[in-house]
Design a protein around this ligand. Structure first.
Ligand SMILES: [Zn+2]
Length: 148
């Protein structure tokens, strides 16, 4: 997840932090050590391009108005969470792909197919786990999945 923060010390630097677990970050402008916990998240997204765009807009706002207009933040903060829609998509794509394959499929082939849609093996695996748990798919034999 990419998080956008502004340095509370110099109030002139907007930064993208890409590791949510990092304890501290350093302001690239004034060099202040910023404790992550106390930083206000201005915007967060899983999409780096969106983060870069939002950072640019927020930086521009700060440079011209020396404060962040609530409207700008609202625009970015009300964006739909990309994680949500992606989860839905991956599931329906998995079902489509298995269906096209005749209703059952070797998991490694399924992972390869899903790469075309930019889903990682881990994403496919965790989605399959969840689908197996709730009984949306089943395991006809080791390494295979099938539609119910
Ligand atoms: Zn600073």
């Amino acid at each position: 997840m990419y998080v956008i923060i502004a340095c509370p010390k110099c109030k002139s630097s907007v930064q993208i932090i890409d590791d949510i677990r990092a304890k501290n970050t350093k302001c690239q402008q004034c060099g202040a050590i910023l404790p992550r916990k106390r930083l206000k998240k201005l915007y967060e997204t899983a999409d780096l391009n969106k983060a870069i765009e939002a950072r640019g807009r927020i930086q521009f706002e700060m440079d011209t108005n020396s404060e962040i207009s609530p409207n700008i933040l609202k625009k970015y903060l009300t964006d739909p969470r990309p994680g949500h829609s992606k989860k839905k998509d991956i599931k329906s794509i998995i079902i489509q792909v298995i269906d096209k394959n005749g209703g059952t499929m070797i998991i490694s082939n399924l992972k390869n197919e899903l790469k075309k849609y930019d889903f990682s093996e881990n994403q496919v695996e965790s989605t399959l786990d969840r689908m197996l748990e709730v009984g949306e798919i089943y395991c006809p034999r080791v390494g295979w999945v099938g539609l119910i």
